[in-house]
Design a binder for this molecule. Sequence first.
Ligand code: NDP
Ligand code: 8X3
Length: 246
Amino acid sequence: MSSLQNRRAIVTGASSGIGAATARALAARGAEVVLVGRDRARLAAVQAQCPGSRIVELDVRDAAAVQHALGGLGADLVVNNAGLALGAEKLPDGDPSEWAVVIDTNLKGVLHVLHATLPAMRAAGRGDHVLLGSVAGRQVYPGGNVYCATKHAVRALYEAQRLDLAGSGVRVSTVDPGMVETGFSGVRFRGDQARAKAVYQGMTPLAPEDVADAIVWVVTRPAHVNVGEVVLWPTDQASTTTVQRR
Ligand code: NDP
Ligand code: 8X3
């Protein structure tokens, strides 16, 4: 097992799904993990599975809170993962107040975390910043409108950071999964668990641990190797709109 001893890792959205699985995987390899999310009780449950970890309770939409809490940590590994979708309506039927939450979290929240944490890595001349993109940042699908737009923006930020940080020694990566069974669909469908479960009916989705595995692989390559983009599909999913169900 690759060691991540002497690494300080920030994982946003660590209270659930991909973030929680990644926090566990990083902690198991010896990283000191900072678990970031909005709900202390949910974070505490993950902390119990992550030896040596600590909790930072904040909302990534709050730029000042992100800067204050994460700016001085000197983390050399960041998994910029907190994100969500709300609804799958066609655009004219959507709710602008929900669009604001999705844009403020998936785009501005990601920017706040980049802005707070990259200076220390740049100063140190090393570090890993992993963005959680999505296949929704590469393809769109009916009803995906605003969520897909934010994930396309994350992809643009990945490319932009590769350029802005060229020569700094800092590695930026985007890990872009297809369907992963997490709390994501429950949030998207506003707590309708039957509708959320139906998303994965008759097919085998990725597990959050599959994505965590990929992230661990990305951040444990030798220093001269920057794994730029990882796209992970369930074998049963050929595109955002083509899913094999039995
Ligand atoms: P979950 O709903 O299981 O987890 C989302 C996490 O984000 C939670 O820990 C939640 O914590 C946190 N979060 C949401 N909003 C905020 C906020 N404003 N401030 C701080 N934390 C926040 O979903 P996933 O694990 O699936 O999603 C993680 C990432 O993976 C997202 O960026 C998502 O877009 C992406 N992704 C997911 C896929 C999937 O099919 N599941 C596929 C491709 C990408 P809390 O609400 O407790 O604050
Ligand atoms: C989440 C995967 O296909 O629901 O990013 O957009 S999808």
